[in-house]
Design a protein around this ligand. Structure first.
Ligand code: SF4
Length: 379
């Protein structure tokens, strides 16, 4: 939801100060928005992304450069695969959508593939919306939008997003298509990669829902086009270059991402809690920058390694503090109020902790069993 004008202006000014003088804002893309949903509790990431800070440059300035992003080889391979999937007017892609998501519809032939070229992201967004309106006005046919552009309001500013494709079904429903270069082996793929793709698709679905709501309002009471919550993930089959597809239910990711984006609009609260003069400009000396970054609470988890440019920095800090979050969220959840490795060991040794606390009791039992086993092994 856009921020009220004066509040929005003041917030934008505050975020520009945090970014640093003359540092341009880094636009949020679907990958960044999706990664936010992977670690919804992290205030550090929320404020850095909200302020448009370039986290890759920040991580380098902190002395912990990220090993994040795709290699040139992977990008080239991914582009070649996508071109193959979309060849011949998207015939194979549409066949996969029909097979996996809409078998009861007429098989796609003579699908419309409108030209979406326009000047600038605003122009491309308007062009995409025009074609979606056109498709909604003439149901009964398949339409393939190749690299449409969508806008999503994030903390008062539009983020421009570019899904690989959106397909309009003959019944008027819209499906997001994600084309990835990781393989589908025997019909399944790396769950972490599928999860990241699903979160990314959820961002596109939210943006499409805003378009659908606008078109619905224009139609004066007629139902808005339905944005389907099952997306199509297209990947190379096994180790070949042949496409295989899987329908992915993204309802959960959509709900988490929507919650997280609503929370992003409260970055004002995080900004207000920062010390006066805080600035994340990569031009600052490393010491000053480290203090600025450390002034925002973070919730490091191993998942950050595949989702956030600051992961090496936050992991090092987390390890220094002996935080149990470095061991992963499931372990963290089991340990209740024990937040450091030191506290866990003291509780296991019986030197600290409430014996009635189930986590403390389980640790003492585990320590006793270990001592017993070691004693037996030494006999
Ligand atoms: S790496 Fe750090 S800043 Fe990024 S999400 Fe994890 S804890 Fe937050």
């Amino acid at each position: 939801m856009p921020l009220p004008r004066t509040r929005g202006t003041a917030l934008r000014q505050r975020l520009a100060e945090l970014r640093g003088p003359d540092v341009p804002a880094k636009a949020l893309d679907a990958r960044a928005l999706a990664a936010l949903a992977a670690n919804p509790g992290c205030a550090r990431r929320a404020i850095l992304d909200g302020a448009g800070v370039n986290k890759t440059a920040l991580a380098s300035a902190l002395g912990s450069p990220s090993a994040f992003g795709q290699s040139q080889f992977a990008l080239t391979r991914g582009n070649a695969f996508e071109a193959k999937v979309k060849a011949d007017g998207g015939a194979e892609l549409l066949r996969l959508v029909h097979e996996k998501l809409d078998r009861s519809a007429e098989p796609p032939s003579d699908a419309r593939v409108p030209d979406l070229t326009a000047t600038g992201p605003q122009g491309r967004t308007a062009r995409t919306e025009l074609e979606l309106r056109e498709a909604a006005a003439h149901p009964g046919a398949w339409t393939l939008l190749d690299h449409p552009m969508l806008a999503l309001d994030v903390a008062g500013s539009p983020a421009f997003l570019e899904p690989d494709a959106v397909v309009v079904h003959p019944d008027g429903g819209w499906t997001v298509v994600e084309i990835k270069s990781f393989p589908l082996l025997d019909g399944s793929a790396d769950p972490a990669k599928v999860g990241a793709a699903a979160r990314q698709a959820a961002v596109y679905v939210l943006a499409l829902e805003e378009v659908a709501a606008r078109l619905g309002a224009e139609r004066g009471g007629a139902p808005a086009p339905q944005v389907r919550h099952r997306v199509l993930l297209v990947c190379p089959r096994d180790f070949s270059n042949l496409p295989a597809a899987s329908a992915v239910d993204i309802r959960k990711q959509r709900a988490v991402t929507a919650r997280q984006l609503a929370r992003l609009t409260r970055i004002e609260d995080i900004a207000d809690a920062l010390p006066e003069g805080t600035c994340f400009s990569p031009e600052l000396p490393a010491e000053e920058l480290t203090a600025a970054v450390e002034s925002v609470p973070a919730t490091y988890a191993p998942e950050c390694l595949s989702a956030c440019e600051l992961a090496f920095h936050c992991r090092a800090r987390s390890r220094q503090e002996g935080a149990v979050t470095t061991l992963g969220r499931p372990v963290r959840a089991e340990l209740g109020g024990l937040t450091t490795v030191e506290q866990v060991l003291a509780a296991a040794r019986g030197e600290a902790g409430d014996p009635d606390d189930p986590a403390v009791a389980a640790l003492r039992r585990a320590a006793a069993l270990r001592a017993e086993a070691l004693e037996a092994a030494c006999r």
